[in-house]
Write a protein that binds this ligand. Structure first.
Ligand code: DX5
Ligand code: ZN
Length: 216
């Protein structure tokens, strides 16, 4: 499978979400990456269900919803109702991760688990076959536009080995500070999905930037 690109709308112009969504829709982007922040798990608040519902009208591409919130298990059906196709929860806030993943799948979505930069990928060893997507945070979650943490490459390689060894189908997604400088190396280490916020939306020609990340 060739790698996927998931632009993060956190870096979009919020006053023009319709045109930003239409731009992504006609681009070569594979998914919309949607960052929900609660001001508790992370020191920032972004947006919630009404915004997701509003932009869903302008897209047929999968919505990859990254929950940076505490108690994500409370809102699984609400995110399904507004159009989430993949729902990712943070390992660090789930005491009953296996149950939460089963509930996400029972609601009809793919289930993802995100890991903060300090969280070892080995914590997923006994559950990897139940996870559709692991989102490796390559910055501390909470803000777009931060610098990529270099130790991410090693985490990706270790996780890839685990997935192959366990014969799992799990995709590896990288989130934070992705650019055309680090994209190729991340893919070579085993990444399947690259999230890019600022690098896409702050560029002069986002459609061309997405295309460049696709063909890197
Ligand atoms: C960070 C978010 C990321 C962010 C990526 O908490 O999860 O998805 O939007 O933005 P860039 O690509 O600008 O680092
Ligand atoms: Zn994200």
């Amino acid at each position: 499978m060739s790698h996927l690109i998931a632009p993060s709308i956190l870096a979009a112009d919020f006053a023009n979400l319709q045109s930003e969504s239409e731009m992504l829709e006609k681009s070569n982007a594979d998914w919309f990456h949607i960052d929900v922040m609660d001001g508790v798990f992370v020191p920032n608040i972004s947006f919630g269900m009404p915004i997701i519902k509003a932009i869903k009208k302008f897209s047929n591409k999968p919505f990859d919803v990254h929950l940076m919130i505490v108690e994500p298990q409370k809102y699984i059906n609400d995110f399904k109702a507004v159009g989430a196709d993949i729902l990712t929860v943070h390992y660090e806030v789930c005491n009953h991760l296996h149950r939460t993943l089963q509930e996400i799948k029972a609601a009809g979505m793919k289930a993802g688990v995100a890991l903060n930069p300090h969280t070892n990928v080995n914590v997923l060893e006994n559950i990897i076959q139940d996870i559709d997507l692991v989102c490796i945070m390559s910055v501390n979650p909470g803000f777009g536009g931060q610098s990529f943490i270099e130790s991410t490459y090693e985490k990706v390689s270790t996780l890839k080995e685990m997935i192959v060894k366990k014969n799992a189908k799990t995709l590896i997604e990288i989130d934070g500070g992705v650019t055309s400088e680090n994209a190729r190396k991340l893919i070579d280490c085993g990444a399947d999905v690259l999230v890019a916020g600022s690098f896409v939306f702050k560029s002069d020609n986002p459609i061309e930037t997405i295309e460049n990340l696709k063909t890197v």
